[in-house]
Design a protein around this ligand. Structure first.
Ligand code: ATP
Length: 371
């Protein structure tokens, strides 16, 4: 394949920050990206993801820190000279130009010869499977096809880095899934170093080699999908990684050796695993449990660990092979659980989860970072 990544060994962000007036949109972002990596910047709305991406792109000057490409500063280099490709949520195509002319535009600006432009444009259009639409205008294409044009337009320039800002958020659910696979396929075949902004945890987990979780402008955790999924450092990351049950509780007592603790969550008593990177001995905690780690106990069944959560079934939703069930404990605490068998609304249920799957975080731990 002739489309190749521009080359660099590493991209380094050192203490990158951006303030707007007095507001700190991004604070002290440290990150080293290796060539060929796919990095997702993940976090809720307003956490600073787009700010970070725009700083990288050169669309926004930094107020703190440096960006280095193989040790050379690029944050002072104008956007168009950085050699990065960009794909936005809004596609940002020229509406009066055909697909092939949109894709050719950047190459023409670089003054390449007609033949080379033709060859590279054809190749990029083939890559995103738009051959039969090459002469159409963007307005004659679906949202997914327009986004493919935007991707072709970025990769045709053989960028050293591709920056994508929520590229799938304007697409419907089915198209999102298809395009996600497409982006993964393109990344695997071209090996383009990619930084991808999303607030969608599933998208980030399925696409990225490493994820950077941001909250209020600060990095919460950097890691591979399985590291973040199984070992979130704080309850905000857990919340983002699908630990749907994040419950306020208090530590009642340490339990045996190691990291086991007894906690009470409203009227519920549980034993769980204390996740405490700061070595703090917090009493106020957040207890995090995944819906699929909660299991419905059969009548009379005794759980290991003695963990029993009792409540009344409030909501049952059909989700294909399983049901998403909301159970309300006597004190009002809501528990989200997934079960293969639908319980009756109003039924009394007893749930359990093994202590090692119940994570206990200090309640006030909000800003721990580092890779
Ligand atoms: P979203 O997912 O909603 O796009 P985000 O995580 O990308 O959110 P940013 O767009 O980076 O968040 O914004 C981070 C913070 O900086 C927000 O509080 C936002 O209001 C603020 N902000 C962003 N751009 C500007 C600007 N040009 N002027 C002032 N404040 C800004």
């Amino acid at each position: 394949m002739a489309i190749t990544a521009g080359t660099f060994e590493s991209l380094e962000l050192r203490g990158v920050g951006r303030t707007f007036g007095g507001h700190e949109a991004l604070v002290g972002l440290d990150l080293t990206v290796r060539a060929g990596e796919f990095i997702a910047l993940l976090g809720p709305s307003g956490c600073g993801k787009s700010t970070a991406l725009n700083c990288l792109a050169g669309l926004l000057p930094l107020t703190h820190g440096q960006i280095l490409l193989d040790g050379t500063r690029v944050d002072t280099v104008p956007s168009e000279k950085r050699g990065f490709g960009m794909v936005f949520q809004s596609y940002a195509l020229f509406p009066h130009l055909s697909v092939e002319k949109n894709v050719a535009f950047g190459l023409q600006m670089r003054g390449l010869g007609k033949q080379e432009i033709r060859r590279r444009v054809d190749e990029a259009i083939d890559l995103v499977k738009l051959g039969e639409h090459a002469r159409k205008l963007p307005g004659q294409l679906s949202g997914g096809q327009q986004q493919r044009v935007a991707i072709a337009r970025a990769v045709v320039l053989e960028p050293s880095l591709v920056l994508m800002d929520e590229p799938l958020s304007n697409l419907d659910a089915k198209l999102r899934l298809d395009m996600r696979t497409e982006i993964r396929r393109l990344h695997q075949s071209l090996g383009l170093t990619t930084i991808y902004v999303t607030h969608d945890q599933e998208e980030a987990l399925s696409l990225a080699d490493r994820l950077v979780v941001l909250r209020e402008g600060r990095v919460q955790q950097v890691g591979t999908p399985d590291e973040l999924y199984d070992h979130p450092r704080n309850w905000h990351v857990a919340d983002f990684m699908g630990y749907r049950n994040i419950l306020p509780g208090v530590v009642v007592a340490p339990q045996g050796a190691g990291d086991r603790v007894q906690v009470s969550v409203g009227s519920l008593a549980l034993s769980g695993r204390q996740v405490d990177p700061a070595g703090s001995t917090a009493r106020d905690v957040r207890v995090a449990v995944r819906p699929d780690d909660l299991v419905v106990l059969a009548p009379g069944e005794e759980p290991r660990d003695g963990n029993v959560l009792r409540g009344t079934v409030l909501v049952v939703e059909y989700h294909g092979r399983e049901f998403a069930v909301v159970v309300q404990a006597p004190d009002g605490t809501l528990l989200h659980v997934r079960t293969p068998v639908a319980p009756q609304v109003g039924a009394e249920l007893a749930l359990t989860a093994p202590a090692e799957r119940i994570l206990v975080f200090p309640a006030d731990l909000t800003e721990r970072s580092a890779e």
